[in-house]
Design a protein around this ligand. Structure first.
Ligand SMILES: [Zn+2]
Length: 77
């Protein structure tokens, strides 16, 4: 059975679904038994979602900027 420390070490791989089948099962087993780690994983998920959304929005902004630049370039000609 995993210790809490091991769970934390594996948590980002777990959330990215990069763990082997066995390791993933161990993590899930630990999570069913350990409320602290459940809470921890939940917070990790939330912060990952926020981080991804921020990256997405930055990407959209850059796309918009590139379009504006292209339009400005065209109207200069
Ligand atoms: Zn734990």
């Amino acid at each position: 059975m995993l210790s809490c420390k091991e769970l934390v070490e594996n948590s980002s791989d777990y959330l990215d679904k990069r763990l082997s089948l066995n390791k993933g099962l161990e993590v899930r087993l630990h999570l069913t038994l350990c409320v602290n780690c459940r809470r921890f994983i939940k917070q990790m998920k939330v912060s990952q979602a926020v981080y991804r959304k921020m990256q997405q929005e930055q990407g959209d902004e850059l796309d918009g900027l590139a379009q504006k630049l292209a339009q400005a370039h065209r109207s200069n000609q």
